[in-house]
Design a binder for this molecule. Structure first.
Ligand SMILES: [Zn+2]
Length: 212
């Protein structure tokens, strides 16, 4: 009740805006942006060391803007909408349903600053779409420096030893490792290697957008 009232007051002062184009819009992604996103091609599958990487979208507008607002602007609704679209676009015979989904963890400091982990928000929606659990035992044990602007070898060094599995052995499980954006794949690759070491037989990476 109070939350609904606060929402009404907030809408009167600052109406909701589309995360993709900033047009006034009640849905977090307006119909124009949703149509533009639907028209984008689905990126090809990228081979990774522990499996393959599947992306719902290329990292282009208006997906880029919507992801940015979901990650840095506190707009969890936009992330949930993008995740639902990704799950929808990746439904099909080429991607089997995993036994569980794991979100790429944020370091504790960054998680505190942001209040949530964007990968967890996305992973929750994707896991619900496939009716499988989210496992929360992948930890980031070392804060890494931002990957932006580093070459691939430096990125790999930067994330080596950054993750640890804190759960029981994975017993040959097929998992999806979920994140918002895939760039070189160094971070996801390091996390997938930890899951494989913990016993996963196959780890496919599933992201909303891939930088080509
Ligand atoms: Zn829009």
């Amino acid at each position: 009740m109070l939350a609904a009232l606060a929402r009404l007051l907030l809408d009167a002062v600052a109406p909701r805006r589309c995360a993709g184009c900033e047009a006034v819009s009640d849905p977090s992604i307006c119909p124009n942006c949703a149509a533009a996103m639907s028209a984008l091609p689905i990126p090809g599958v990228r081979r990774m060391r522990q499996g393959s990487a599947f992306a719902g979208f290329e990292f282009v507008e208006p997906v880029r803007a919507a992801l940015h607002r979901g990650k840095y602007g506190g707009d969890r609704r936009a992330l949930q909408e993008l995740a639902a679209m990704t799950a929808n676009r990746l439904s099909g015979p080429r991607l089997f349903t995993p036994e569980a989904v794991v979100a790429l963890p944020l370091g504790p400091r960054r998680r505190r600053q942001r209040g949530y982990n964007q990968a967890e928000v996305i992973a929750t929606v994707i896991a619900e779409a496939r009716d499988v659990p989210v496992l929360e035992n992948l930890a980031r044990i070392r804060n890494t420096r931002p990957q932006t602007g580093r070459d691939e070898a430096t990125r790999r060094d930067n994330v080596a030893g950054a993750f640890a599995w804190t759960g029981s052995a994975l017993g040959g499980a097929y998992l999806w490792l979920v994140d918002d954006v895939l760039t070189t794949g160094a971070t996801a690759g390091a996390a997938a290697a930890v899951l494989a070491h913990a016993g996963a037989s196959l780890v496919d990476v599933v992201v909303v957008a891939a930088v080509s």
